[in-house]
Design a protein around this ligand. Structure first.
Ligand code: NAG
Ligand code: NAG
Ligand code: NAG
Ligand code: NAG
Ligand code: NAG
Ligand code: NAG
Length: 193
């Protein structure tokens, strides 16, 4: 009797070990899949650059107009495996911390792992510049520096299944060389889920 009891007991334990091993293996597989998803789909910040358009025709100060339209091409490289979509929004162009123009951009989407060019026009309010003594010394120095900022609210979506709210924070420095009539820019971006 006693030995039969022991056998039943042992075989029960054996089954328990099998279940334990099975569950552990399953957990490990789930863990590996989750880690894989997080490394592949880990949100990465977009790479952004700004290029002023037609600088040769750009007239910051014209006698008749209080507004100087500056065309801008914003190149946005989305490195993620998810697309990003936003509605109407605006960026702001600042000179020495003061907003001198708003640059609107309409609703659009940025496909996964692709580069998109967005064009916009910043209507610079020249009155805000000509009253600033720094402006005249910058012009005399041949360099006109601007910064631009945007906070873009939208949605990221992955394989049309996962949809999450996201924000992109953009901040660029644009340096216009007046004598060479060209510009350089450097941008920072942050994608927040
Ligand atoms: C500026 O205004 C003057 C007179 O109001 C006009 O003759 C001239 O054509 C205008 N210039 C431009 C660039 O619009
Ligand atoms: C977005 O902007 C365009 C042009 O400014 C306008 O026609 C449209 O109604 C706007 N859409 C929304 C949802 O505000
Ligand atoms: C975006 O614009 C840049 C410079 O204007 C150009 O070199 C590039 O080919 C454009 N890319 C796309 C995807 O249109
Ligand atoms: C303009 O920006 C450039 C590049 O960021 C910088 O090297 C330069 O010192 C700035 N000049 C002025 C007048 O702010
Ligand atoms: C602007 O361009 C001129 C002409 O190419 C160059 O001599 C000068 O060093 C440039 N200035 C800056 C701040 O890059
Ligand atoms: C700006 O123009 C100057 C002179 O034409 C050139 O040497 C320089 O490489 C240009 N810089 C950029 C960023 O295009």
């Amino acid at each position: 009797m006693a030995s039969k009891d022991l056998r039943i007991h042992l075989s029960k334990n054996h089954n328990l070990i099998k279940i334990c091993l099975g569950v552990s293996a399953l957990l490990i597989i789930i863990l590996v899949i989750v880690l894989l998803i997080f490394t592949i789909f880990k949100p990465r910040n977009p790479t952004v650059s700004v290029h002023p358009l037609h600088l040769e025709h750009f007239q910051l100060l014209s006698p008749n107009s209080s507004i100087a339209p500056l065309g801008l091409v914003i190149t946005i490289e989305n490195p993620n495996y998810a697309s990003f979509k936003h509605g109407n929004c605006s960026g702001y162009v600042k000179y020495r911390g003061i907003v001198i123009a708003e640059a609107p951009f309409g609703a659009r989407s940025y496909p996964a792992r692709s580069t998109t060019n967005v064009t916009t026009t910043a209507d610079i309010e020249t009155a805000k510049l000509i009253n600033d003594p720094n402006f005249w010394s910058d012009i005399a120095g041949g360099v006109f520096n601007l910064t631009s900022e945007a906070k873009i609210s939208g949605k990221v979506s992955m394989i049309k299944i996962i949809r999450l709210k996201a924000k992109i924070y953009l901040s660029c420095g644009i340096s216009l060389n007046i004598t060479a009539v060209n510009a350089t820019s450097s941008c920072m971006s942050k994608l927040k889920l």
